[in-house]
Design a binder for this molecule. Structure first.
Ligand code: MG
Length: 279
């Protein structure tokens, strides 16, 4: 019996534009459609950012609500994860959609330099976001952009702000943050097991490292993320035609590592999420 791998699809993000790749879904209806295709291709978790009509990152809860409802309707059981990421959003706006109680939300546990800006997550903001997620029963996906964030997450557990076993995502390949190196991932996995026993993990990498990190994660029993948020190409010089195309490729890889794409019910069980009526 092969082991299930949760395939996350990060459909939109805050950066890629339609000018860069027309397949990037921006309007809520497009986002729902793109998620549905990815779901059919094997994704069981959708990571959601929303945009405004001009394509800029948005905190508008009504946009989040529309996408959440559409996914619930068209993708039975799929896990919905909202981003609380910072790009183009004020700190006080970053929690604004949590009251919609998505299954999960991202939670970066520290600040880090990105290519040309600071991704700011002050200790007070991290505690605040973690506390809100705890109160609303939204499971965090702890985003590890740099090493200290792993130990900060352990600190949240120690202070009762994060439930164990937690779920973390190692994000690799962003300039100035964690490099996409296989031996770095090995170290992170070892430290995770030591600091947060029983935690589940996903490895994500951006750009040309995306697919490589999928291999690394599947081989090591981790979970995998793909999608246009992190990488708009299918291969060098050829744009991805859809989120589903990227998901399908990872789904096809699973067998090579004695894995299979987790069904929504399997993904929920692995993450300790309540089953939905339709899962
Ligand atoms: Mg994101």
């Amino acid at each position: 019996m092969s082991a299930p791998a949760i395939l996350t699809v990060a459909i939109t993000g805050s950066q890629p534009t339609k000018a860069q790749n027309p397949a990037v879904p921006i309007a809520p209806a497009e986002q729902i459609e793109s998620t549905h295709e990815a779901y059919e291709a094997g994704a069981s978790l959708a990571h959601i950012h929303v945009r405004d009509d001009e394509g800029h990152p948005s905190s508008d809860p009504s946009r989040f609500a529309a996408v959440q409802a559409g996914i619930a309707r068209h993708c039975p059981g799929m896990i919905v994860q909202f981003s609380t990421g910072g790009r183009g959003r004020l700190a006080r706006e970053r929690a604004s959609a949590l009251s919609l109680r998505p299954d999960m939300a991202s939670l970066a546990t520290g600040s880090v330099n990105f290519a040309n800006r600071i991704y700011e997550n002050a200790p007070q903001l991290v505690d605040e976001l973690a506390g809100t997620m705890l109160r609303l029963d939204v499971k965090p996906e702890v985003e590890i952009f740099d090493l200290a964030m792993l130990y900060n997450a352990r600190g949240l557990i120690d202070r009762g702000l994060l439930k164990a076993p937690a779920h973390v995502q190692f994000v690799m390949g962003i300039p100035n943050a964690l490099p996409a190196r296989e031996r770095v991932l090995d170290f992170l996995i070892e430290e995770l097991a030591d600091q947060m026993p029983g935690a589940t993990w996903t490895a994500a990498a951006i750009g040309r490292f995306q697919l490589e990190a999928n291999h690394w994660a599947l081989r090591r029993g981790g979970h995998a993320r793909t999608g246009l948020e992190d990488n708009i190409y299918y291969e060098k010089g050829r744009l991805a035609s859809s989120n589903a195309e990227l998901v399908r490729r990872v789904a096809d890889l699973c067998g090579r590592y004695d894995r299979h794409p987790a069904s929504p019910a399997e993904a929920r069980r692995l993450l300790g999420l309540t089953a939905t009526a339709t899962a």
